[in-house]
Ligand binder design. Sequence first.
Ligand code: WAQ
Ligand code: MG
Length: 261
Amino acid sequence: MLYNIKMRSSKGGPHEEGGKHISGAERILRKDEIEEELIRMYQRALNHEKGSVDFINIKIQKVNEEDIVYVPQLSIEEFDVKTKDDGLKLAKEILKESNVEDKAIENGINSLLKLQNSMHGAILIDKDNGNRLDNRESRGVRATGMGYADNFEYEKIDKIKAANDINEEDIPGIHFNEALVLASKVASCKGIIAELCWSDDPNYLTGYISTETTYNRISIMKDKGNPIGGRIFFVDTSLFDEEYSIENIIDYLEKQVVLIK
Ligand code: WAQ
Ligand code: MG
């Protein structure tokens, strides 16, 4: 039996009452793994570099085995750049190689650069003309329901944590692991051809461009201290028809349970 464990924390009240989002996390785990994870998520919510929280929501939800889709993990490429400008330039090149048109690349990157606040989820953009496709405004579309089929990757992280007595958020690899799982789910969605992301954690400068096959990590995508991050999912609308539309994509992102093998 598997369970989806989700945490979200905010400051100034719950998210739905206008509180500021501080952190969120989710894992899909076996029953015997849940108890420990609840404590970890609680500690993580409390100890975030973005500040103290006054609202924490932790949700546990059973996952039906028959609803699970298994997808491969993206392969990983790493790029070291010296400046944010070099990072963004490389990001544009990778997007272009992945068939995203110039206009959409420009709109995508600019819509993240001009955010006044971080969104809760991602912006969906038409990969040909750069138009925004979702109507979620400042909330965006949040991908949920993903995890590793086997949790050994997380266990590795836990060992590092125990050995070094550090906070979950400061663990080398936690951002990376969670982003890789998210990007692998997003890439498995029919119609999404690429994703662009950088963190909203002020001191986490690494971002990525993922394509249908590869997670391209770029060492610097934003200025140190910048608390605004975001995600863009680039969508190929040419395969839309009566049976398949943006609603199906949003449904898959928000609801389909996906485990990474
Ligand atoms: N679905 C859609 N968008 C999301 C989700 C989600 N589940 N979670 C976060 N976002 C959006 C939201 O706008 C956040 O402000 C933004 O992404 C950044 O989220 O070393 O830490 O959780 O290879 O801060 C990437 C590089 C780190 C990792 C990403 O994102 C690496 C990161 P954060
Ligand atoms: Mg963050």
